[in-house]
Design a protein around this ligand. Structure first.
Ligand code: GAR
Length: 224
């Protein structure tokens, strides 16, 4: 009998659509990415690594972070990627922050915006400046558990399978057309930390896989 790939005793996961490894470096010209990150930046780093390993034909033009403590900034330095702190506490509104983000991304010739652990609610200002080109990653199988503390929400709800999603961002928090998802089974002794750690292993795969999907499109066409 074939083992169930989503058995709670296995660390396996299910990713859909499948990652097409042969398509992964096909973008020409290279995609010009602008990254938004608020915290650790591990998803940002897998993107930078995939580019360095020539798995993705892209370049990170700039990292913008909103929290002076964000470890993402140190990761940017490691890869020689410029980074800019735009502290949301210095802005009077979400729109003011997004206006500054758009200005900086435009100055750095950004084509696609990747929210890699961006913990701010985006406004129409950002979405209008990059129509259908703002990508978000979220630690649940959307549309389940949008918003904050999604991993805790999934544990509390008693679901047996959760996961992560990469999608094109729309105005409503954590909504929009889905590019790629990975399913992750819960284990009996899971805490939010252990579950989030396993979800992040899958996030790192679908983050790169979804950017490859974007890249593998005719250059004059939108991904949708
Ligand atoms: C990731 O798990 C990402 O899905 C989540 O923040 C974490 C950032 O980790 N994003 C959201 O919750 C957005 N709604 P990282 O800084 O190590 O990439």
């Amino acid at each position: 009998m074939t083992a169930n790939p989503l058995s709670a005793n296995s660390n396996a996961s299910l990713i859909s659509p499948e990652i097409d490894k042969s398509a992964i470096a096909r973008a020409t010209p290279p995609l010009k990415l602008g990254i938004l990150a608020s915290g650790s930046g591990s998803n940002f780093e897998v993107i930078a690594q995939a580019i360095q390993n020539q798995q993705l034909n892209a370049q990170v033009q700039v990292l913008i972070y909103n929290n002076p403590e964000a470890q993402a900034a140190a990761r940017a330095e490691k890869y020689g990627i410029p980074s800019i702190l735009l502290n949301h506490r210095d802005c009077k509104s979400r729109e003011e922050l997004d206006t500054k983000i758009v200005k900086n991304f435009q100055e750095h010739d950004v084509e696609w915006v990747i929210m890699a652990g961006w913990m701010r609610i985006v406004t129409q200002v950002l979405l209008d400046a990059f129509p259908d080109k703002v990508v978000n990653i979220h630690p649940s199988l959307l549309p389940s558990f949008p918003g904050i503390r999604s991993v805790e929400q999934a544990l509390k709800a008693g679901v047996k399978i959760t996961g992560c999603t990469v999608h094109i961002a729309r105005l409503e928090v954590d909504s929009g057309p889905i590019l790629m998802q990975a399913a992750v089974p819960l284990l009996p002794d899971d805490t939010a930390e252990t579950l989030h750690a396993r979800i992040q292993v899958q996030e790192h795969k679908i983050m790169v896989g979804a950017i490859a999907l974007i890249a593998d499109r005719p250059t004059d066409k939108n991904v949708l």
